[in-house]
Design a binder for this molecule. Sequence first.
Ligand code: RUQ
Ligand code: CUA
Length: 680
Amino acid sequence: MPIVTKAREVVIGALIAAAAGSIMYACATTKTTDLASGDAASKVYVAPGSYDQYYAFLSGGYNGQIGVYGLPSGRLLKFVSVFSQNPETGWGYNEESKPMLQTTYGTIPWDDTHHPELSQTDGVPDGRWLFINGNNTPRVARVDLTTFETTEILQIPNSAGGHASPFTTPSTKYIVSATRFSVPVPNTDVAIESYKKNFRGTLSFITADQPGKMDIAFQILLPGFNYDLGHAGKGPSDGWFFFTSYNSEQANEKLELNASQNDKDFIAAVNYRQAESCLAQGKARQVASEYFHNVMDEKSHQARAERKTSVRVLDPAACPGMVYYMPTPKSPHGVDIDPTGEYIVAGGKLATVIPVHSFSRLQKAIADKQFDGDVEGIPVVKYAATIAGEVQKPGLGPLHTEFDGKGNAYTSMFISSEIVKWKLGTWEVLDRMPVYYSVGHLMIPGGDSKKPWGQYVLSLNKITKDRYLPTGPELSQSAQLIDISGDKMRMLLDFPTIGEPHYAQALPAALIRDRQVKFYKLSENTNANVVKAESDGGITRTGKRVDIKMAAIRSHFAPDNIEGVQLGDTVYFHVTNIEQDWDIVHGFAVLGAENAELIMAPGATRTLKWLPKSPGIYPFYCTDFCSALHQEMQGYVRVSPAGSAVPLMANTSKKAMAQISGANADGRRSHDDHARPGGE
Ligand code: RUQ
Ligand code: CUA
């Protein structure tokens, strides 16, 4: 058991006191200090009917989703359903999407998202996909940026706390996931005290450039530290990946103190081309590991979950030259590579400087074998041999760094609540901007790529306190938009966010705006229960299972009267929105359904599973205000006792349908034009 020195306690105590101090100081001054310059309002004003310049994707943090905001306005555009059930889309409730939340632990209805990551081509965000990690039960997801829907989720085995994830290589060949918590691999019943002996870290490289085919290419087994964040090299450092770690002490209790003993922890520098060549030489072990790969079929709108059973694991000892450790002060959090690919910036959250390693010096140090011994066979490169410079007195609690593409770096300072601008190469601090309060990540559009759009930095603040009208004990988190186009930073805008955004990424709207799918083509819908015309609707019984196929179109369901359902039946409502028009969404809700409701995009089929609890009449209706006659969009299901003689019946006769359609044609369009501008 490590001994906590008095000196150490004093240092940590001072940092905590400084943190409290900065918050109090800021609270006291914020009311009187107008940080925004005079024309700030015009810089963020997006006139009615105009578009924002950037799409920004903010993780929802503990809500398990992704928030899409426009910048510079800060307007919330959408929430993308990912790792949590979402009552706005029916994600995880409807039968089509349920398999997406399947894991080896069963269905997980709520996870925690941290790091949105845009796909890249040659080191630049390309607008094809957005990836994000599920942190608690480690998974990665792909979101298709033509539909803003999650199309794929891969579980990561031999991992716990998928935090260093899903950072991409420059052409999206791989995304990665590293374990935050080391655990026994394979996971088994051991004494927690046997941490040093039995607990291991894993780095997972996941193939990502083929939609529907994500898989674990390989895992690297590492000492039992906590792996925190990562970034790929680019340009000269292309082919390398860098991961921070803390708790090189390998403490297994009271990490707050015991994992802060060493002056330096490590950045793992991983040569993944070397890993690939070791794989090709058959140096990996095939390790039995269960995990799920879930894919949403874009034509049938039906997800399938596939259980996988093994991964290839590489041990550094079996593949020399694959992993090196770079000592880095002190419990480093972020590791960020500058646009040129030469500098590796670490955010040592308890460090007093920002250390910057040089990739070319790392290569030379490796060639010259400038090592300080090894950790479990992994060479430790001498700090003095790789360090390019240290930013002195940057502030307190450096976490993350992004770049503007003009030779400047911006680092978030959690404890001193500020963003600090400094110069690459000279390491001098150029400017500081106080933020409210306690910034975690910061984000410049493309700011971790080869070509940042260095116009704004967004500060993602952890503590909100007095910034907005109070809303009880829970306040929304806050983001602040800062203009970085000039020499000095200028505060432009505060806006509240939903969930707890950790990281965010953004790109110019033009890269994805015109590629949006407006509706799903009904002619291409291959769902087993699709109806392509109102007359295709109907009801069938198979034992105690009843399937109702239904069309939804302004402003009715077909069929809309259903009889013959009995107590003890399991009823599936398969509702297809047969509209072929942008933004015409219908909903479906039936009285007493425990499994929520449906919401159907145009051209999509969604299924609600329903177990009626007692005989009677159950109304259903459309929940999305779709048209002037939205309130007329309703129907009834009759539930009879088990064994009842009421015949199975749905009013799908040609005559009834013709009447409905006829009524619909009268005057519907003109009303709809008012209800939904731009419709039809
Ligand atoms: S981090 S706690 Cu990205 Cu700074 Cu998650
Ligand atoms: Cu359809 Cu309201």
